[in-house]
Design a protein around this ligand. Structure first.
Ligand SMILES: Nc1ncnc2c1ncn2[C@@H]1O[C@H](COP(=O)(O)OP(=O)(O)OP(=O)(O)O)[C@@H](O)[C@H]1O
Length: 268
């Protein structure tokens, strides 16, 4: 199917472009586990792209490839106009500062407070006074919807929803153009998940972000994703609005969106 969506402006700029991606684990041969083969994907500027697929289809490996934590066996990856494969560390560092990442469990440093966690990326790139650092951290913490008194708390003192928001505050530390979210609503109760969805949507609009969002959460897909990319058979088998995906004959897509949970999310 076409990967153009009626929601996106005609000719929207592509900020992530993947061509012919191959990822595999283990020695070449019969034992080798091929995760991606000839995978292509475009993510367009300003969109929230949901990435779905069965467990183990390689959603996280795809994200890790894009952000440079996994070296692909083959293929091309361009992010924000920069080739990501085989870059020198200092070049890669300059590109990395243009995105923020929220890992599945928040990935906060347990020995640092929320404010100190948010300051980690700031320290990596800037030499700022402690007062300015605290001010910026406080601003990001507020942006992520946390109360100011969360700043001096340690991750162990936070609820699951607050941990996600603290991780989001850290992801926003460097004013990113691009946000990667790996299952942001996993483990949240439905109200917290809905609030988090609304936060992502409002941040996208206010900060002009592009969002790459891995999720199993059908409610999130319906509520905030402009387009959805489906991983199956080692590839992105389809990209489009949910309506466009529903028109396809692919068995996994039909089962996912037309199963009882899919229908409930559509009706919500
Ligand atoms: N470093 C690694 N070494 C070996 N195999 C790996 C490694 N990382 C991932 N894999 C394998 O790659 C496959 C895809 O993993 P990945 O975590 O990307 O799946 P996923 O689609 O994100 O799954 P889930 O929805 O369950 O989170 C899995 O079979 C996993 O075991």
């Amino acid at each position: 199917m076409s990967d153009t969506s009626p929601i996106l402006p005609e000719g929207a700029k592509v900020v992530i472009c993947i061509r012919g991606l191959r990822n595999a684990f283990g020695e070449e041969g019969e034992q080798q586990q091929v995760i991606h083969d000839k995978l292509d994907l475009d993510v367009k500027r300003g969109e929230i792209l949901g990435v779905v697929g069965g467990s183990g289809t390689g959603k996280s490996v795809l994200m890790r490839s894009i952000i440079g934590l996994q070296t692909p066996e083959d293929g091309e990856i361009e992010v924000l106009g920069e080739n990501m494969i085989g870059r020198e560390e200092d070049e890669a560092k300059n590109i990395r500062r243009r995105w923020g990442i929220l890992f599945q469990n928040g990935a906060l440093f347990s020995t640092l407070t929320v404010a100190e966690n948010v300051e980690v990326p700031l320290r990596e790139y800037f030499h700022l006074s402690p007062t300015l650092m605290d001010e910026i951290a406080g601003y990001k913490i507020a942006m992520a919807g946390l109360p100011a008194d969360a700043a001096p708390k340690f991750p162990s003192e936070l609820s699951g929803g607050m941990v996600k928001r603290a991780g989001l505050a850290r992801a926003l530390a460097l004013d990113p153009e691009l946000l990667f979210l790996d299952e942001p609503t996993a483990g949240l109760d439905p109200i917290a998940a809905q609030n988090f969805d609304e936060l992502i949507l409002s941040l996208r609009d206010k900060l002009d972000l592009t969002v790459f969002l891995i999720t199993h959460d059908l409610d999130t897909l319906y509520a905030i994703c402009d387009r959805v990319a489906v991983l199956a058979d080692k590839k992105v088998v389809a990209v489009g609005t949910i309506e466009q995906l529903l028109a396809l004959d692919h068995p996994w897509i039909q089962e996912y969106f037309n199963g009882p949970r899919g229908r409930a999310a559509a009706a919500a």
